[in-house]
Design a protein around this ligand. Structure first.
Ligand code: NAP
Length: 285
């Protein structure tokens, strides 16, 4: 089965559009995202444009704040502080990666945790680990929603996550191991120091790959019948490919995400979800 992230994302986006218009009608407030783009990274420009378009389609406001690559940490911190104090802004997104001269962690920690729609602030990371999230990071949330909505049971199942980044691998491993719907799995987290990676990956009933290496996972790493979630995105001469060798793995897998059209569209949908939630939290009685 092909796990059609684009279709699932479209239905989530339509639910968010309905919830947003109801929120605006009852509260008289339009949820708003402030996106911050530093420098001219072409991929980042595309991502930010897509996020703004998605906001627009859902009835969520969005502003783009652009700084030059040489702006320096203090100018960026000043902008974040201004946005923190602006009551018309509910969500703040600083597009990564930032230029090498800026310490990303310092910036992410400066964002008001109540406006932290990427959920990278330590307070929100801590809440997620404790199973009491305020915001759930977008890509892992998209993966979990895809599993839930495609009725792929996680409870009691053996999950292997390859990649331990702060934005994908670590949070999805944590979420799938937490109690509750879309969780309760037995999770193994693998990385570049893992010994016998192939053998461990082959034990997975659900294999989640976020390593940033094009077509790294082949048929020899996948148990027949496994569900395979490919988070990777790579531009090649033949177009976009993931971290999984799709042609080799698809015949073996019971379900697999394509690239493009798998996890990517869900990430954007979840950003909208988090922005609406931020506005709801700011305007709750
Ligand atoms: P990342 O920060 O690049 O980290 C890569 C992880 O993979 C690290 O934990 C690394 O291990 C591990 N790794 C690298 N080579 C390995 C190997 N040979 N065997 C086992 N583990 C290995 O990861 P990321 O930011 O999560 O990005 C991963 C991919 O997902 C990229 O292609 C990125 O573009 C894509 N992505 C897509 C979306 C989306 O919306 N679809 C969102 C975010 C990221 P160590 O920790 O030991 O170095």
């Amino acid at each position: 089965m092909l796990l059609d992230g684009k279709a699932v994302a479209a239905s989530i986006r339509s639910e968010i559009a309905d919830a947003t218009s109801e929120f605006i009608a009852t509260r008289g407030v339009t949820p708003k995202l402030a996106a911050v783009l530093v420098g001219e990274n072409p991929a980042s420009q595309v991502y930010v444009r897509n996020k703004q378009r998605a906001c627009d389609a859902a009835g969520i406001g969005s502003d783009l704040h652009r700084l030059t690559a040489d702006c320096g940490e203090s100018e960026l911190l000043r902008l974040v502080t201004t946005l923190n104090h602006d009551p018309s802004v509910h969500g703040i997104l600083v597009q990564l990666p930032l230029p090498d001269s800026i310490q990303s962690q310092r910036i992410l920690q400066a964002i008001d945790p109540n406006k932290d729609v990427d959920a990278f602030h330590p307070e929100n990371v801590g809440r997620l680990v404790q199973g009491k999230p305020r915001f759930v990071p977008c890509t892992p949330q998209g993966i979990q929603q895809l599993l839930i909505r495609q009725k792929i049971e996680t409870s009691g199942r053996r999950v292997v996550v390859i990649g331990r980044s702060d934005i994908v691998g670590k949070p999805i491993a944590c979420m799938l191991g937490n109690r509750g719907v879309g969780g309760d799995a037995t999770v193994t987290l693998c990385h570049s120091r893992t010994i016998n990676l192939n053998a461990i990956a082959r034990q997975a009933e659900i294999l989640i790959v976020a390593i940033g290496r094009p077509q790294f996972v082949g048929a020899d790493m996948v148990k027949p019948g496994a569900v395979v979630i490919d988070v990777g995105i790579h531009r090649t001469d033949e177009g976009l490919v993931g971290d999984v060798d799709f042609d080799a793995v698809a015949p073996l897998a019971s379900a697999i995400t394509p690239v493009p059209g798998g996890v990517g569209p869900l990430t954007v949908a979840m950003l909208l979800q988090n922005t609406l939630r931020a506005a709801q939290l700011a305007n709750s009685e």
